[in-house]
Design a protein around this ligand. Structure first.
Ligand code: AVJ
Length: 338
């Protein structure tokens, strides 16, 4: 671990630029990729962990998804944040620090940053993400816009980031987990995550959770299978990434994107369907994987929640919901909990 944190600025003076940005690698994802891919592709039911969507190419495609007419999630959540950021911050203690899990390109965090800086003279923002350096652009942009902002970029898993916060910060924290990324967790993983978070947070801390709500499956289906085929490209990019990074020889034309709504589990599932019997070599793993025609690789789960269901999950893990902010159509919800 490398720590290049600058010393805090003297009170009343603008912080020097070099003191305002710190990048800390808590865990290198490259080590995990080979191991995880081997495990996931040799299991009887093939899958790939969705966290591997987000290489530089995947980030670009995801940003295009966020602008798609069918993909309402980002627009609706951003609108709620924009309208409610002041109220959210009012419900948090003063002299707050902001931490974001899965910060991605950090575009939504600006509303929280602005609301904080309207109330306090300086702010530290901890951006926790597993994605590569490509994301630095968004953070540098925030630094240019907000002279009183200090950013610590933590590269690693959520658990690593939360650990870091526990051991390196003492101020009250607002931990934001936006974008319905929580939907990627299975019931079991969500339980583990909320347990870990409950242990990491103190009574003065706050948790802001962005949740996509259960709705007409046709609306959900369109959001994950858009007419321009961007989501299909995003899904297939995970195979392209294995070609690039693990010397695999996936034929991207021999797999097709499929998104389906699983009613029983209340989730959209993304799969890659093999269009023929085929054998794929993953050079760096010394591994060959056979796919039958019609066999699928399960690449993502996106769970959708009803308001009562998420409230009871939060309450069941010791969180008290201070306020839930929804849009007029109840498509999306931001929970502020303590
Ligand atoms: C970033 C996980 C919230 O589940 O909606 C978008 C990812 N996958 N389209 C989501 C995604 C396909 C997205 N999350």
């Amino acid at each position: 671990m490398t720590d290049r944190t600058g010393s805090p600025a003297a009170e009343g003076h603008a912080m020097a630029d070099k003191e305002r940005y710190t990048s800390i690698t808590l865990r290198s994802m490259q080590d995990d990729l080979a191991r995880d891919v081997r495990q996931a592709l040799t299991a009887p039911v093939r899958s790939l962990p969705c966290k591997y969507f987000y290489d530089a190419e995947g980030m670009t495609l995801f940003e295009q998804i966020c602008d798609l007419p069918e993909y309402y999630l980002t627009r609706v959540e951003t609108a709620i944040l924009k309208n409610q950021a002041d109220r959210i911050i009012e419900l948090c203690p003063r002299e707050l620090i902001l931490a974001e899990l899965g910060s991605g390109s950090s575009t939504k965090s600006r509303y929280l940053i602005e609301a904080c800086l309207a109330r306090q003279s300086e702010l530290a923002y901890y951006a926790i993400d597993i994605s590569p350096a490509a994301l630095e652009d968004g953070l540098r942009q925030l630094l240019r816009e907000y002279g009183q902002l200090r950013i610590v970029r933590l590269s690693g898993e959520f658990a690593d980031g939360l650990n870091y916060l526990t051991t390196h910060t003492s101020e009250p924290r607002l931990v934001a987990f936006l974008g319905s990324t929580v939907g990627n967790l299975t019931e079991e993983e969500l339980g583990q995550f909320l347990t870990m978070l409950r242990q990491a947070l103190r009574p003065s801390d706050r948790f802001l959770l962005g949740v996509d709500l259960l709705k007409d499956p046709a609306v959900l289906g369109a959001a994950y299978d858009d007419s321009q085929g961007i989501t299909a490209k995003f899904n297939l990019n995970i195979l392209a990434r294995l070609n690039r990074e693990l010397s695999a020889d996936f034929d991207l034309g021999a797999f097709r994107h499929r998104a389906l709504f699983n009613h029983e589990r209340s989730r959209i599932e993304m799969h890659l369907v093999s269009l023929r019997d085929q054998r794929v070599k993953i050079g760096d793993l010394g591994l060959a994987v056979e796919f039958r025609h019609g066999e699928t690789i399960h690449t993502e789960n996106c769970h959708k929640y009803s308001l009562p269901r998420m409230e009871s999950l939060l309450a069941g893990h010791g969180f008290q919901v201070l306020h839930s902010f929804t849009d007029p159509q109840r498509q999306f919800c931001l929970y502020l909990a303590s």
